[in-house]
Design a protein around this ligand. Structure first.
Ligand code: SF4
Ligand code: SF4
Ligand code: SF4
Length: 247
């Protein structure tokens, strides 16, 4: 029997679930191997007997919290897709402002009609089985994940920093141009797309493991002379910095 797959969106731009629709030819291959039973962006039918649920978006409202609990109850495997679902993403920027300020800024006079909470990743509310990070998630990584699930293989995210892929591509390091870049502490797997096109890495794939971070943290301070505060401030864009400090 084909595994039943569902795709849901909480508070976000829904870019990660739309990225699934953009897989085009690959999507046709996937559709031959799975049954999509619930996907608001792509179909009208709804079925709640779910093998694998993919969810983008952060938990940022009371309704999001209820919805993710319901999805968790109905799904054998829960996968967070994208920075919003894995880290809280750009939604977490509101966590650094007063509730009254951001509500007035976003909703103006209508603020009372829109309940809101601090933005959190899915893992703050329910057990998450896998995470496919990035803003948006990396489509190739999504395909690799689906293949692993279908073949019963173990799926693991890369645990080397963006710098590894950046150096393999022969990019000049942005630090040499005086630009602060989060590549040394950010999980690779995106082919270092931002520095390849001249922009600094902003940490959308989250931090590498603590072991990897221990090495990279020393590196970023000693080699690049960056302060811990600089690192933490930049990591906030996607919610990648939670609690604690660089080793
Ligand atoms: S991670 Fe980025 S692309 Fe994906 S839903 Fe969030 S804001 Fe949109
Ligand atoms: S610090 Fe940034 S620009 Fe330099 S190698 Fe690492 S990812 Fe590339
Ligand atoms: S280079 Fe950094 S910010 Fe850009 S996609 Fe990769 S992890 Fe995200």
């Amino acid at each position: 029997m084909k595994p039943k797959i569902a795709i849901f969106s909480l508070t976000s731009c829904e870019g990660c679930s739309l990225a699934i629709l953009e897989l085009e030819d690959h999507l046709l291959d996937i559709l031959g191997a799975v049954e999509i039973v619930n996907f608001r962006e792509g179909m009208t039918d709804r079925d709640w007997d779910i093998d694998i649920a993919f969810v983008d978006g952060a938990v940022s409202t009371p309704q999001d919290a209820k919805e993710i609990q319901h999805i968790r109850e109905k799904s054998r495997v829960l996968v967070a897709i994208g920075a919003c679902a894995c880290l809280g993403g750009v939604n977490t920027l509101k966590n650094y402002q007063s509730e009254s300020d951001y509500r007035r800024c976003v909703y103006g006079d209508m603020a009372n009609y829109f309940p809101t909470t601090r933005a959190k990743p899915l893992s703050a509310i329910v057990k998450v089985d896998y995470e496919l990070p990035g803003c948006p998630m990396v489509k190739e990584e999504f395909l690799e994940f689906v293949k692993c699930m279908l073949m019963g293989k173990v799926f693991r995210l890369p645990d080397s920093p963006v710098c590894v892929e950046c150096k393999k591509r022969g990019n000049p390091c942005l630090y040499d141009q005086g630009i602060f870049c989060l590549g040394p502490v950010t999980r690779g797997g995106c082919s270092a797309i931002c520095p390849t096109f001249g922009s600094k890495c902003e940490g959308c794939r989250g931090l590498i493991s603590r072991e990897g971070l221990a090495a990279a943290g020393v590196n970023i301070r000693e080699t690049y002379n960056a302060s811990v505060k600089d690192v933490m401030d930049d990591l906030r864009l996607y919610g990648a910095y939670q609690e604690g400090d660089l080793p």
